[in-house]
Write a protein that binds this ligand. Structure first.
Ligand SMILES: Nc1ncnc2c1ncn2[C@@H]1O[C@H](COP(=O)(O)OP(=O)(O)O)[C@@H](O)[C@H]1O
Ligand SMILES: [Mg+2]
Length: 319
């Protein structure tokens, strides 16, 4: 069922630049969580701390009871095998064809025979829809195909946790929609914990079970999708609804004069909460909940028109 990630009091600085301070959250096992934030807020740094590629200045990251922010290199090496990571650009070796790229972790970390490797590689290539492209070089294919090849490579060691760094960056809306559907389908099939870092609000509104928002060196909020999409908290409402009015400005935080000049402008009403994407083969999502369940249980009235099919996307698209 995947494993949960427990983050406690995490602080990361580079020199005297604080990236984020005292971040705590539990990423539930088996579900899809999205971490949103303006560019440069430290989303990629967050992922790197979760897999132990960067050390935090303070705090803990518990995975299966091990604090990977403070454990030995040997323990870290073991725990890393639980992770599959899809880096922002796919991070393919340019001189290797897709087959060898996808086979790489198996050759590096296992003693499997070439025929066993072949069967695993072809299985993952089929999962991501790349059968027939095994002998292409990364430079010969589109950005969307490179991301799918990166995903196939992230899957070969049967990870319990998959981290995606901006899977939608550089993709057009149609390819983003296909990739998002693939992510939903995979999550329903392989039961791993998924964490997606993105700044695309339409991905954040429709793909995950849980949403977090990093803003101004803090985790503004983390919780079930319906909690954030019905939240009137100014930072959350502004970001998730792609509004210009609110605390977030061009240079991340607006200055006092700018905010004062907006004081008379009301935030527009929250748009309806869209339905979640569902797996294309009709099976339930791993973290399936009834639409509106969180709102009912917490006495929150969702914005009018929520949870109806064929809802238009939020205008503005990617922030
Ligand atoms: N290895 C590093 N050394 C120093 N500063 C870094 C390093 N990696 C990232 N940063 C800084 O941390 C901040 C957050 O970066 P990043 O996590 O890449 O943002 P995001 O992924 O949210 O766009 C940026 O200001 C960046 O310059
Ligand atoms: Mg990044």
């Amino acid at each position: 069922m995947g494993v949960e990630i427990v983050v406690e009091g995490l602080t990361k600085k580079f020199g005297n630049q604080t990236i984020w301070h005292d971040v705590s959250l539990t990423i539930p096992s088996g579900e899809i969580s999205v971490m949103l934030g303006p560019s440069g807020t430290g989303k990629s740094v967050f992922l790197k701390v979760l897999i132990g590629l960067l050390k935090p200045n303070a705090g803990h990251v518990f995975i299966e009871g091990i604090d990977i922010a403070n454990c030995s290199e040997r323990k870290l090496y073991e725990i890393r095998k639980l992770f599959g990571v899809l880096f922002q650009d796919g991070a393919m070796f340019g001189s290797m064809d897709l087959y060898d790229n996808v086979a790489f972790p198996l050759r590096e970390h296992t003693k499997k025979s070439e025929s066993e490797i072949r069967s695993i590689v072809m299985d993952k290539m089929e999962l991501v829809g790349l059968v027939g492209a095994e002998n292409k070089l990364p430079g010969e294919i589109s950005g969307g195909m490179r991301k799918r090849a990166g995903l196939a490579r992230a899957l070969v060691l049967e990870p319990e946790i998959i981290l995606f760094d901006e899977p939608d960056s550089g993709l057009d809306p149609v390819r983003t929609a296909y990739l998002n559907q693939l992510i939903i389908d995979l999550n329903a099939q392989i039961n791993a914990t998924f964490l997606i870092v993105t700044h695309d609000i339409n991905t954040a509104r429709t793909v995950p079970d849980n949403i977090g928002l990093l803003f101004h060196q803090h985790l503004a909020m983390f919780g079930p999708r319906e909690m954030l999409l019905s939240s009137e908290e100014p930072v959350v409402a502004q970001f998730l609804n792609a509004q210009r009015v609110g605390p977030i400005g061009m240079s991340e935080e607006k200055d006092a004069d700018e905010l004062a000049s907006e004081a008379h402008i009301d935030m527009p009403p929250l748009p309806p909460i869209p339905p979640q994407l569902v797996p294309s083969d009709g099976r339930p999502r791993a973290g399936q909940r009834t639409p509106g369940e969180w709102c009912r249980e917490n006495g929150v009235t969702p914005p009018p028109g929520s949870f109806q099919e064929n809802m238009p996307m939020v205008a503005g698209g990617a922030v």
